[in-house]
Write a protein that binds this ligand. Structure first.
Ligand code: UDP
Length: 529
């Protein structure tokens, strides 16, 4: 599918244009009217050709292609993952609403047609596109690599990889990951970590893309939803029967206080007091949430969209704690993910929203569950701004225009010149030994901003920030640089792909690039809009 409207782009005058205009003026002044005239014609066509083309954006969700064999589109109706589909549809809608040229590919033959490879097998309406920006996922990236072979490198800086749980820089760096035994089938792509776009703001090394929680309803649907009355009812967050296994005692406790409803696939093994609606449409989920007081987490699936939908519809979310926190080091689910982030509850983003909207529970402690159930009151709806339609449009618009957009900007993004976010947003914080920049910035009410690492990565620059180095060297054997030790020996990063917000070192004090952020729009600094 190809669509788009032409966005209005201002004419950009480059230094080349100025030189050309000066030559024309000199030729005209010197009486070379014919040459001057010819130069004038050339200049006007050159000026026209210098107008940046509107971005041509290719969206290739590899996981939904038949070739990937995951059958995500088919299992959507019987308990399969839906979070990724929510994010893809929101991204596609956002790009379209923002007025960019959108090219959507859902198979390898579409991909070949759009990228101009072997177009003979493609539908006749397709023609090759000079893409400026490509949104895909890990599977799609592999497909792009196999379709384009070595020439995929031409597109490397244009690629944005939707990556729900995030990729930490050391897993992304192929040689480092191999040397340090950081095994993951999804790591080692040597992209810039900001090219990974996550579902929630997990690690500041990646870009937070997010999705939209608000549903756009017809006026009829809105009226129907308004008529729904809240009842003494809980809705269980578990569309597959296996999420319910071992959780019956927890549900029995909740059932003492309220009626329990579910949206579980088929005739699953669930307690017989549960009113099961089966897998239903998004609007029906909303109606059930508006009838309910509590949305009950079963500790799995992790980090999905549904808890935010519950809050948006005035439910509180029971968020099970994970003991011990789960990560790729101790959990089957996370074992292949390219990060070692510790997940402390079913939904860490919701955990940070806290009471009275989100209540942490120990599922295996009925006293704790009862404490929560007696404490919760009727709640007003709540959506963090970054998950509203406006918040998503604002964020994606700025990411397309500033982080990327056109090829020459992309190249700079690839070489991290740090032009965006604006340099004025940089605030330098020192992290105590054993503390990461993610933590140090967070403690200062800020967020780590990897785009600013190069700014702090030189002796001259860090002296402006009160770091007095006795000796110094560049090194590529740490993922915590720039940093210094108690002898004031400063270490700078010689491999920019190893800049990382999330690691710490027991003997090094990290020099951290932080920035402020708009409340409830963490992807953007205050001066970014
Ligand atoms: N959902 C739905 N029908 C259902 C249950 C869920 O349409 O019967 C929707 C839900 O509203 C949300 C999406 O599925 O928008 C993803 O939900 P979840 O948080 O379970 O994410 P996942 O684990 O599937 O990624």
């Amino acid at each position: 599918v190809t669509s788009g409207r032409k966005p209005q782009k201002p004419l950009t005058v480059h230094s080349g244009h100025i030189i050309l205009i000066l030559i024309i003026l000199i030729l005209l002044i010197m009486g070379h009217f014919r040459q001057g005239q010819r130069a004038l014609n050339f200049a006007s066509s050159a000026l026209t050709s210098f107008v940046p083309p509107p971005p041509q954006i290719l969206v290739h969700p590899g996981a939904v292609t038949d070739e990937a064999g995951l059958k995500i589109a088919y299992t959507a109706f019987n308990g399969g993952p839906l979070g990724e589909l929510v994010q893809w549809s929101d991204l596609i809608s956002t790009i379209y609403i923002l007025g960019h040229h959108l090219h959507l590919s859902a198979s390898i033959s579409d991909l070949k047609g759009i990228l101009g490879v072997n177009t003979g097998s493609c539908p006749p309406h397709q023609s090759a596109v000079e893409a400026n920006l490509i949104y895909t996922d890990i599977i799609g990236l592999r497909q792009i690599q196999s379709v384009l072979q070595t020439s995929w490198i031409k597109y490397k800086c244009m690629i944005r990889v939707l990556d729900s749980f995030g990729t930490e820089p050391d897993f992304n760096h192929a040689a480092w990951a191999q040397k340090h035994n950081l095994k993951s089938p999804f790591g080692g792509f040597n992209l810039i970590p900001m090219q990974f776009y996550t579902m929630f703001p997990h690690t500041p090394d990646n870009t937070f893309l997010g999705f939209v929680v608000q549903h756009q309803l017809s006026s009829e649907e809105t009226q129907q939803l308004k008529a729904v009355k809240r009842q003494n009812q809980a809705l269980v967050y578990g569309k597959s029967a296996k999420f319910w296994e071992g959780k019956w005692a927890y549900l029995d406790t909740i059932h003492k206080y309220m009626e329990i409803h579910g949206t579980v696939d088929g005739s699953a093994q669930i307690p017989n007091y549960v009113k099961n609606h089966g897998i239903v449409t998004g609007t029906e989920v909303q109606a059930l949430l508006r009838q309910s007081k509590v949305f009950v987490g079963l500790s799995f699936p992790y980090e999905g969209p549904a808890p935010l939908e519950a809050l948006a519809n005035g439910c509180v979310f029971l968020n099970p704690r994970l003991h011990p926190p789960q990560s790729s080091l101790n959990s089957e689910f996370f074992s292949r993910k390219p990060n070692i982030r510790e997940v402390t509850s079913q939904h860490p983003y919701a955990e940070a929203i806290r009471e009275p909207y989100v209540w942490m529970v120990d599922m295996h402690n009925s006293t704790d569950v009862e404490r929560v159930l007696t404490a919760i009151l009727n709640q007003s709806p709540y959506i963090p701004y970054e998950f509203t339609c406006e918040g998503m449009l604002q964020r994606v618009n700025i990411l397309i225009e500033k982080q990327v957009g056109f090829v020459w900007v992309l190249m700079e993004f690839c070489h991290s010149t740090g032009r965006w976010p604006p340099p004025s947003a940089l605030q330098v914080v020192k992290a105590e030994v054993g503390t990461s920049c993610k933590e140090a910035c967070q403690r200062a009410g800020l967020i780590c901003e990897p785009a600013f690492f190069p700014e702090l990565n030189s002796l001259k620059n860090i002296s402006h920030y009160g770091v007095d180095c006795q000796t110094s060297e560049f090194s590529d054997s740490h993922v915590v640089l720039p940093a210094y030790n108690i002898q004031k020996h400063c270490l700078f990063q010689s491999d920019p792909l190893l800049f990382s917000c999330v690691r710490s070192d027991e003997s090094l004090i990290r020099i951290c690039p932080c920035r402020d952020y708009i409340k409830d729009q963490i992807a953007l600094c205050k001066a970014c809009i």
